[in-house]
Design a protein around this ligand. Structure first.
Ligand code: 0PR
Length: 385
């Protein structure tokens, strides 16, 4: 830091120069991101609540009310009459809270001290962080031929140390939905905590189902489901950071509670202490603003774009890895090795990402990717082919 203050104008000038290093969603070149530009209205509301702190909710009763309302609304979308949970920083923190609840619950009621969690190979790496922090062993369940969790493999991996089973509604790499109904039954029969990671799919599957898409049930209507991660900062168009964790029962929050004697509430179950209220306010605002109709339209639009890209790719002769269930498409060049192919796309200005299982170029068709961008991408892909 320099000794003397600098004028605001000069600082802003420097910042806008530096910001030029960033890619912009609006350019339609960011193809591998699950985040997108937040809706302007959500950003406006966010700024109004910047100083609120849900770590001490008794001081911010209005903002706490907004968080509760958001949890209630998301819970209702997921077939839960009375929901418990929090708006957190993202899917990582939401998954960490779910696994912490599962671990503590198993420790308290079953006496398990060195627990294991069963997660599919396709699970997001946040579960590795959670297992590391919570001192749990990760047991990976295989995928079936369609890249979804293999139900038999889950059954085989259950032991008397299993504290949680995880399945995904909208996998990070392929956007696929695991057979959640079957896993829910297995978890319920074995009295094991079952967490569904719908960080990506949670804000689109309910709306797509409503619009007539034939997608499987993944929510609390299945009795084995104990918690669901749903991120407003992905398909919900809320500003970063906004993740969501929804629990079926209050006891899952209670088993994580620590005393917070000098605060306006007696206990705290979240991982973070001082925590942002702006994310709850912005999510509340954007959910009111869109309504089910608005989200349904958004979810359908991005699916239309997904099919448009798929058709274009197939017409050109590219290999599409699997039929998309959500707005993620993975594909390969029939001859060029995937990383080499990704480099060619990078050179043409496309920010792509490469999936690991199976190795493929992966495009997340978020709201910032418009039909005009898909047309440009297909033109470049035609040249490469
Ligand atoms: N669960 C699932 C299914 C996810 O896909 C992700 C993130 C998480 C949990 C963790 O969420 P947070 O990143 O909010 O903690 N999925 C993307 C990924 O890691 C996130 C992402 C977003 C990556 C934008 C890149 C990017 O540019 O691939």
């Amino acid at each position: 830091m320099q000794d003397e203050p600098i004028d605001k104008e000069d600082i802003l000038k420097k910042l806008s120069e530096i910001k030029k290093l960033d890619y912009n969603y609006a350019d339609g070149r960011i193809l591998g991101s699950m985040c997108t530009e937040a809706h302007p209205f959500a950003k406006e509301v966010y700024c109004k609540f910047l100083d609120t702190n849900l770590g001490d909710p008794g001081l911010f009763k209005g903002t706490k009310y907004l968080e509760d309302e958001v949890i209630k609304s998301i819970g209702n979308l997921l077939s839960l009459d009375k929901a418990y949970g929090n708006i957190v920083t993202g899917g990582t923190e939401a998954n960490l809270m779910a696994i912490r609840a599962a671990r503590n619950h198993a420790r308290k009621y079953k006496g398990i001290v060195d627990g294991e969690i069963i997660v599919p190979i396709s699970a997001h790496f946040s579960f590795k962080k959670a297992a590391d922090m919570l001192n749990l062993k990760i047991v990976e369940a295989d995928l079936d031929d369609n890249y979804r969790i293999d139900v038999e493999s889950v059954k085989d991996k259950i032991t008397d140390k299993t504290v949680a089973i995880v399945a995904i509604a909208g996998t990070t790499e392929l956007g696929l939905i695991d057979p959640i109904e079957e896993i829910s039954r297995i978890a319920h029969e074995n009295n094991i905590y079952f967490h569904v990671d719908a960080a990506f799919g949670g804000f689109s599957i309910p709306f797509l189902r409503q619009a007539g898409y034939d997608l499987p049930v993944f929510d609390f209507s299945l009795e084995g489901v104990c918690s669901i991660t749903v991120d407003p900062h992905k398909m919900g168009l809320a500003p970063i950071p906004a993740g969501g964790i929804i629990f079926r029962k209050e006891e899952y929050l209670q088993v994580m509670a620590v005393d917070s004697p000098y605060l306006t509430v007696k206990t705290q179950s979240t991982i973070v202490g001082t925590r942002i209220g702006a994310a709850s306010a912005a999510t509340y605002a954007i959910m009111c603003y869109f309504g089910k109709k608005g989200y349904s339209q958004l979810a359908c639009e991005v699916m239309d774009n997904t099919y448009l890209l798929k058709e274009g790719l197939e017409n050109l002769g590219y290999d599409v890895v699997c039929e998309p269930e959500l707005n993620i498409l993975a594909f390969n060049h029939p001859e060029i090795e995937t990383h080499e192919f990704a480099e060619k796309l990078e050179k043409l200005g496309w920010k792509v990402s490469v999936a690991k299982c199976p190795i493929a170029i992966r495009v997340v068709l978020m709201n910032h990717i418009k039909k005009s961008h898909i047309k440009e991408l297909l033109e470049d892909l035609e040249k490469i082919y």
